[in-house]
Write a protein that binds this ligand. Structure first.
Ligand code: FNR
Length: 187
């Protein structure tokens, strides 16, 4: 059966370049992967008080954790904010990592695509995210690396990729990720 992959997008804005690239990546995925976007925009900021010492965790957290639990792998598509991971994405990572000892990230193969209209392709965000993934024990695709710079120019007015070499690269990236998931996914 195809492996379920949660696609987590680091931008909340409607016209997000990252969301557009996420849709392109989903379209380019090999049939061995079944990708679905898991939304993170409604998650309240992580606060231990909301679920410890007898408190019941917000339903949005529980729902998010369940959806991520169901996924066998994760694809992150994220912008860079001030050379780091956007707060909504970091918040989702923190929520998924708790309660202590029941992290939904643990052991799940993952890959990161960073997308920016700027020249550096979200390198800082991509690598700060990697730092958390290492701690969270996620087997993380190393190559090819995907820093998509000048991203606005790679999309047409219809929001679709208009650049063949980028499409070829993303195709290769998704095929390699498919093989990575096949090798590393648990169930
Ligand atoms: C940015 N942007 C940005 N770009 C970049 O390449 N490096 C950076 O460090 C930052 N920092 C940053 C901080 C904040 C608070 C915002 C709002 C934006 C610009 C960013 O790449 C641009 O807005 C993208 O279009 C955001 O991605 P989405 O929303 O299009 O997916």
């Amino acid at each position: 059966a195809a492996k379920k992959v949660a696609v987590v997008i680091g931008s909340l804005r409607k016209d997000s370049l990252n969301r557009k690239f996420a849709h392109e990546l989903i379209a380019l995925a090999p049939p061995s992967l079944q990708l679905e976007i898991v939304e993170i925009g409604e998650l309240p900021l992580y606060n231990q008080d909301l679920e410890e010492n007898g408190a019941t965790a917000p339903q949005t957290w529980t729902h998010f954790r369940q959806r991520m639990q169901d996924a066998q792998a994760v694809l992150f598509v994220t912008p860079e904010y001030n050379r780091s991971v956007p707060a909504p994405l970091k918040n989702a990572i923190d929520i998924g990592s708790r309660p202590y000892g029941s992290s939904i990230w643990s052991g799940k193969p993952a890959a990161i695509v960073s997308v920016s209209p700027g020249a550096t392709g979200g390198f800082g965000s991509n690598h700060h995210l990697r730092q958390s993934m290492v701690f969270l024990d996620m087997p993380l695709l190393q190559q090819p690396e995907a820093y998509i710079g000048g991203a606005a120019k790679l999309l047409g007015d219809d929001g679709k990729l208009n650049n063949d070499s980028t499409r070829e690269f993303l195709q290769k990236f998704m095929n390699t990720f498919g093989a990575w998931v096949e090798t590393n996914a648990k169930k």
